[in-house]
Design a protein around this ligand. Structure first.
Ligand SMILES: [Zn+2]
Length: 257
């Protein structure tokens, strides 16, 4: 994790110049250790070995992605906060991005980075909690590690797309967004609309989730052709499909939101 509480309970970001001292985990209150040297990521906090805290065990890619996201969103004029805890709801948002809209209201979105697989039900549950917590939307990003096959596929290849990515594509209608934290690049992968007999969006419920209904001879297709486009970190909003106030689209930095 990148954020811990110092002895005054203040949020502290791990960095090379963060003072040594006693820090606690914002999720479980146990003591955590400031690690200033890592192979891929400079500084972070770690629990003692054997901890079962849910905030422990993130990959270096996940940590680095959060750091890169916060820096890039800040560069574009947004307010970005890493690892925001909502303990009562059992939710820790990877990066909260906010800005003041034209009417003077602060709008915030939850940015979620996946470096490993996630069950569609868990993703749905996080979105529901985020909406209750006042976020306009949840932005799902997959790392170049988790979505590697989508990044290296040739145009004509059919690629097996994990269920949670099909869910994200269906729910937001924006394809999936992939971050390479080492090169600081963001990509959007869109799936080709291959229509074959029996394929239907009726397999999805009102929240965009697969219904699990198994019609004879029919099943949601996990093999898709995909196309890639490099995008930036600027957020653009369109009306959401499923109760989100907005679906958030990452667009090239030089485009107007
Ligand atoms: Zn903890």
């Amino acid at each position: 994790m990148l954020i811990a509480n110092d002895h005054d309970g203040e949020r502290t970001l791990a960095a090379k110049d963060t003072p040594d001292g006693a820090y606690t985990c914002p999720e479980c209150d146990s003591g955590v250790i400031l690690k200033k040297r890592g192979r891929k990521i400079a500084a972070h906090f770690a629990h003692t070995p054997g901890s079962t805290c849910t905030a422990e065990g993130e990959s270096w890619r996940h940590l680095l992605a959060k750091q890169v996201l916060a820096e890039e969103f800040t560069r574009l004029g947004y307010t970005a906060e890493i690892e925001v805890s909502h303990r009562a709801q059992g939710r820790r948002v990877d990066v909260v991005v906010s800005r003041v809209d034209a009417r003077g209201n602060t709008r915030k979105v939850a940015v979620e980075v996946q470096d490993s697989a996630i069950q569609v039900d868990e993703a749905k549950s996080r979105v529901a909690r985020d909406l209750r917590l006042g976020y306009d939307a949840t932005v799902w990003l997959f790392t170049s590690n988790r979505a590697a096959t989508l990044l290296i596929a040739d145009e004509d290849d059919e690629v097996r797309v994990p269920a949670e990515m099909l869910w994200v594509d269906n729910r937001y209608g924006q394809g999936v967004h992939i971050i390479d934290p080492e090169s600081r690049e963001m990509w959007r992968v869109s799936f080709e609309g291959l229509h074959r007999s029996g394929e239907s969006y009726s397999w999805y419920g009102p929240g965009g989730e697969p219904t699990g209904v198994d019609y004879p001879g029919y099943s949601p297709r996990t093999l898709r052709k995909c196309s890639r486009q490099q995008v930036g970190f600027k957020l653009s909003s369109v009306q959401g499909k499923f109760g989100d106030k907005w679906a958030i689209l990452l667009v090239p930095d030089d485009r107007q939101p």
